[in-house]
Design a binder for this molecule. Structure first.
Ligand SMILES: [Zn+2]
Ligand SMILES: [Zn+2]
Length: 320
């Protein structure tokens, strides 16, 4: 009996140990957080598809304690707070979110905009947002501020909770073209044109210790290869061939404006990033989300069969 109990305890201990080591792999949570230097924090790796495990597209580059955002898909502010609480990245406290770059104005990349404008203000952000992106950004910004006039008036009048810091909801929207679009003591940000269904840009971040390139949504382009050219990190969108095969109605659009694994493998072979992070990908962690999507393993298998460089499947709240 005692022998059986010992065996049972050993079995349970083995299960606990296995769970500790397997769980981070399954959910993409990496135990080690890069302690210093430039950090890439994946806030949202999803697509328009509604997946409770993957927020809308949003990525943070953190340099010397200052966060710079790329895109504001749904859930962006809560994912930033999750990075503070779950990953210990204090820089992503939402009141610190002040400088933002938008790849394009598709809704899956921008429906978190009012959240980003107003929520950090209500908890104490005192300065305007600085937002950089393609033409149409100014109109989108003005319309959102107009839509929330009742809220703004109520919060800033003599009885309002935010009357002491009435500038925290303001936005300076900068419509950009290709080239250097931003520079401060931490980094230089260069926009490059990508190929998508509307005006769209990818961004290269040059910091004291790293070069990071992020594409947003795009067909494979030479401009991405030129922007990277041996960069430290390339964050690129991708669809699996397996999921595309199940969605014939999406194939013509995807062929013109998105990238599949075979195309990305070829592109990465030319761009030669030290690390390729896959995001905005046609996967789900749980099959119940959609039968049309691939598993992370299927995506990684499609890539590694065609590309021998260092490649990882990005998940929300991963830190690189
Ligand atoms: Zn798009
Ligand atoms: Zn998208």
């Amino acid at each position: 009996m005692r022998y059986r109990n010992t065996l049972s305890m050993a079995f349970k201990a083995a299960i606990v140990v296995l769970a500790i080591f397997i769980t981070p792999c399954v959910f993409g949570q990496q135990p080690p957080v890069k302690p210093s230097g430039t950090q890439v924090v994946l806030l949202g790796t999803g697509t328009p598809g509604i997946d409770p495990d993957r927020s809308g597209p949003a990525t943070a580059i953190v340099v010397n304690g200052t966060p710079y955002l790329v895109d504001f898909g749904p859930g962006v502010v809560r994912r930033a707070k999750a990075a503070v609480v779950d990953r210990g990245i204090k820089a992503l406290e939402p009141t610190n979110l002040r400088v933002v770059f938008v790849t394009h104005l598709h809704s899956d990349h921008t429906v978190g905009y009012p959240d980003l404008i107003f929520t950090p203000w209500t908890v104490g952000r005192r300065v305007p947002l600085e937002v950089y992106g393609p033409k149409g950004l100014k109109a989108m910004t003005e319309h959102l501020l107009e839509a929330y006039q009742v809220d703004i008036e109520t919060r800033t009048n003599e009885h309002g909770n935010q009357r002491g810091f009435p500038d925290g909801h303001k936005v300076n929207a900068h419509e950009i073209s290709a080239g250097v679009v931003y520079k401060d003591a931490n980094l230089t940000v260069t926009a490059f044109p990508t190929k998508h269904a509307m005006e769209s840009y990818g961004y290269r971040f040059d910091t004291p210790d790293r070069s990071v390139v992020i594409t947003g949504d795009t067909n494979p382009t030479q401009t991405t290869i030129d922007a990277c050219r041996g960069c430290d990190v390339l964050i690129h969108e991708v669809n699996t061939l397996a999921s595309l095969a199940k969605r014939p109605e999406f194939q013509p659009f995807a062929a013109k404006y998105h990238t599949n694994t075979a195309q990305l493998a070829e592109l990465a072979g030319h761009a030669k990033p030290r690390l390729l992070i896959l995001y905005h990908h046609s996967i789900a962690l749980r099959p119940a989300v959609s039968p049309l999507l691939s598993s992370p393993e299927e995506l990684l298998n499609e890539m590694t069969a065609r590309y021998s460089g260092h490649v990882v499947v990005g998940h929300d709240l991963d830190v690189y």
